[in-house]
Ligand binder design. Sequence first.
Ligand SMILES: Cc1ncc(COP(=O)(O)O)c(C=O)c1O
Length: 426
Amino acid sequence: MSVVAYNKLSVAKITELYHDLHKKYDAFQKMGLRLDMSRGKPSKQQLDLSSGLLDCLSHDDYTSCTGVDCRNYGGLDGIMEMKRIFADILDIDVTEVLVGGNSSLSMMFDNIASNMTHGVRDGIPWQRQGSIRFICPVPGYDRHFAMCDYFHIEMIPIPMKADGPDMDMVETLVSGDPLIKGMFCVPIFSNPDGCVYSDATVMRIAGLQPKAFDFRLYWDNAYCVHAFNGEVPKIPNILRECEKVNNPHMPLIFTSFSKVSFSGAAVSAIASSASNCQYILKRMNIQTVGPDKLNQLRHVRFFGDVQGVRGHMRKMAENIKPKFDAVDEILTRYLQGKEIAWWSKPNGGYFISFNSLNGCAKRIVQLCKEAGVTMTPAGATFPYGRDPFDSNIRIAPTYPTLDELKLAMEIFCAAVEIASLEKLME
Ligand SMILES: Cc1ncc(COP(=O)(O)O)c(C=O)c1O
């Protein structure tokens, strides 16, 4: 049976469909479900893949390859083997990376805080320069936006295209406004679109000529090893590209093992020019006695090297990919061709970005909630929680079991159809 676009249906047909769908939805509601799809959390099976981390050190195994006793103070920049793993993942030198604690977000937060109060490389503190702004590609990651909001940084939303942020807009804004001090980028399997920036986009970002002398690129490479087919996309190296255009200190790369090993107990890294790393170390020296080197050593023993990480991520993909396929299959089965829904088909990362008819996203999330399925709040993928079209919803397939996920997506599709028909009946 061929599918008809809903906006081509007669009023009588829309009314009939609406009543049929409501019967289906009411039956879902009676099931009394409690399914949480609100955040991109790994499932128990994913975490189990890293169980070996819990017992991979022994009583006499606490020394790094350079002779550092990992039980003791010191080693601010991280142990050499862990730096090497991050450097190999990011294709940079070990002098360009510092290993942190369990969260890359806290390193981003700290970097912004430092620039606010102490300025970039001892320059004028951002907070003394006026009302500063960041470029925020949308849809984007809610915690980036929350950070900006916390520091009273005005967010300028820039639409994401298939190959990254709209660079015409970014270039015009950044080159004209000295108060635009930063830009968030998730260059590989972006959150939530799953987009990979094209080579041309990366080069244009590297070649930005900011009006602000102290502009910084927050290059959040959270998903740089998270490919589904074993092939991590190769994009130009942002440190090298920025060097070529004489802007070596602009990029700050962040990444972590949060979605590689244990989300709450992993290791993170910041990477930048060797000279930026020295500035960051000066601050860290005052902040802390050093990172948890035993956890770094555990990761080194468990993963071995970058090839070990890639092998682990292939096993991870065997767990995650069927869930992404199931979401795509169910969305296609119920929504394709009706012209009420569009969604991304990423080759990696953690999310699927879903777009409804304008003005329907909040209603869809509400209908899901009332049937026991908690989605990421509509609007969360935009600064200030405000999606101007009320259409984007982030789908996070990893946490539920496959059966739970399939049921949740059936309910989601019913909610999409109901909300769309309501909109068409207005
Ligand atoms: C784009 C992005 N950056 C950072 C993070 C969190 O990183 P971490 O756990 O290292 O703080 C996430 C988690 O969802 C993310 O999607």
